[in-house]
Design a protein around this ligand. Structure first.
Ligand SMILES: [Zn+2]
Length: 345
């Protein structure tokens, strides 16, 4: 376990032992929470799984939804949550959001959602639906799975076993994340080609196509939001390009599904991927709301910044209901954000 993971585990244990999150309940939980999910599928016995944080099992998803309700939160649509946020009326809420439109959401999450009668939002990048966009973070994983030695930018990484592959993934991922969008994509493409990975086939294997999306849209619990065309870190690309990515994704999604999709999620969504310029763009383009991946609960103050909403990611590395309870209390984010309820810088 990495040092960072050990520190997070120690933090969780301290919270649990002291019952801090119970004392804090109410003080830090705000009006509600927008939860982020990516993939839901049965656990795989895979020693090298660097994207495991982005997936949870159907069993944990099921238990987590029960826990959300047991904690007194009402699971509502994003529209209803925003209505409550702006009006100040109604009970505390939880909104369930899925990013990227993975096939396993329809296969494994949907039955659970239906059993719980839980509405949910799926943010779609139409480029992934048409296979024109790339799941570069999965390509990087797959390349390292296949190669036992990787060379990038003059550096050589040994990747003979799961441990070495994990170290190499971490180093390469964060090196590329520190670079511009094109450099990141080009860097992953070098490894992808060396490992003979087909980007289109990979997206086809993992992401819903238009038929699959339309089937999902047939479920009355489902809503859809835009997530850019090609899933770039918008803050890393020129403004006119970012504006076009955002506007076009909504237009194509609405045309494809034949319904309004007025909500947006910033790809990647951390402060290096979405900042004040992107928040202003989302407002300018007339989106009703836009969510980040900045961690935090929703407070009354967020009614004034609907295009920079925080979310709480349900992390696959921490599939533990006690930890989940602590997240729902909002207490860790009060610490993380050093008491600031709103972070739009
Ligand atoms: Zn995404």
């Amino acid at each position: 376990m990495s040092l960072k993971r050990r520190m997070i585990a120690a933090g969780f244990s301290l919270f649990r032992a002291a019952g801090l999150h119970r004392l804090a309940r109410g003080a830090f939980s705000g009006r509600g929470v927008i939860l982020t999910f990516h993939r839901v599928r049965p656990a795989e016995d895979e020693a090298f799984a660097p994207n495991a944080l982005l997936e949870i099992t159907p069993e944990f998803f099921d238990a987590a939804l029960a826990r959300v309700r047991a904690s007194g939160l009402q699971i509502v649509t994003l529209d209803e949550a925003l209505r409550r946020l702006v009006s100040g009326e109604g009970a505390a809420f939880a909104v369930l959001t899925f990013d990227d439109g993975f096939r396993d959401v329809a296969e494994h999450a949907l039955p659970v959602l239906q059993r719980h009668r839980a509405p949910f939002m799926t943010y779609i990048a139409p480029g992934l639906v048409s296979r024109a966009a790339r799941l570069w973070w999965v390509e990087l994983e797959e390349a390292l799975r296949r190669l036992d030695r990787v060379e990038l930018g003059g550096r050589v990484f040994s990747a003979r076993d799961a441990r070495e592959k994990a170290v190499a993934f971490d180093r390469i991922y964060w090196t590329l994340r520190a670079q511009g969008e094109q450099a990141l994509r080009d860097g992953v493409a070098v490894l992808r080609d060396r490992a003979e990975i087909d980007s289109v086939a990979l997206a086809d294997q993992l992401c819903l196509d238009w038929d699959g999306l339309k089937r999902l849209a047939g479920c009355e619990l489902a809503s859809f939001g835009a997530h850019s065309m090609t899933h770039p870190r918008l803050r890393q690309i020129p403004e006119d390009l970012a504006r076009a990515e955002m506007a076009e994704s909504r237009r194509v999604l609405e045309a494809g599904l034949g319904r309004a999709c007025p909500h947006f999620a910033y790809p990647v969504g951390d402060p290096t991927s979405a900042g004040p310029r992107e928040f202003a763009l989302a407002a300018e383009l007339g989106f009703s709301s836009a969510v980040t991946t900045r961690p935090g609960m929703i407070f009354p103050e967020h009614a004034a910044c609907l295009h920079a909403l925080p979310r709480v990611s349900v992390n696959g590395l921490w599939q533990n209901l006690d930890f989940f309870d602590i997240l729902l209390s909002g207490a860790p984010f009060a610490l993380w954000n050093r008491g600031r309820r709103v972070n739009t810088a």
